[in-house]
Design a binder for this molecule. Sequence first.
Ligand SMILES: [Mg+2]
Length: 258
Amino acid sequence: MAAILLDVDGVFHVSGEPIAGGADAVRRLRANGHRIRFVTNNTTRSRATLAEELRAMGIELDNEELQTTPRAAAETLAGRRVLALTMHAIVGELEGIELVGEDAEAVLIGGADETPETNLVFSYMNLARAFHELEAGAQLYSLHKNRWWQTRNGPLLDAGVFVAGLEYAADTDAVVLGKPSTPYFESALKALDADPSLTWMVGDDIEADIGGAAAHGMKTVLVRTGKFRPDVVEASRTRPDGIISSIAQLPDWLEEHL
Ligand SMILES: [Mg+2]
């Protein structure tokens, strides 16, 4: 029996549109005795909301099985004064962090979503505020540094551009809290009490999912859904252990390759 880390966006849905066979695949993986954890870089909704959305697609899971980046931030930045450039929906997840508008010890950047709120969060005024705090000594943290993500209308610019921009302006490196960071993967392995060499990461992102997990000693399966692009995979130095059409093929594929 294996431990399996399942990415969510682009694996189980695109813009909330379910990818066929996801619910059944989860049911079969559980029936086959595998331990499962859902690991998402989503930065726009609370864990409870995300879990509820997955259950509405027929996927059986407890909230605790879903690992999110805002909760990783809450653990890392607990007790600190933080200027947060994040979507309003995740502010409730940042429990234990003191959210401030100035004199911050850390600047936290979250991700974008498909609404006009993104425009407000990453306004020039907010980015200039963040730059000022970094210049005054605050440390830069980001929920992730993704370049783009796949929506039903095609690829959309993600928040990585703002992270990179602040790194450039303030001449600093952000600490990334989500995939592919070491603390994020370690936290997932610990939750499943899993050895990396007996753990599979399944995702649609050749960098954050596949490259990240492989660098941490895990085996990897890339799905041809979501942000999968054959030319990007061919150009990448990262080689997944398996490539499957979609999450629907995972149970059969694993039984053959375990
Ligand atoms: Mg994904």
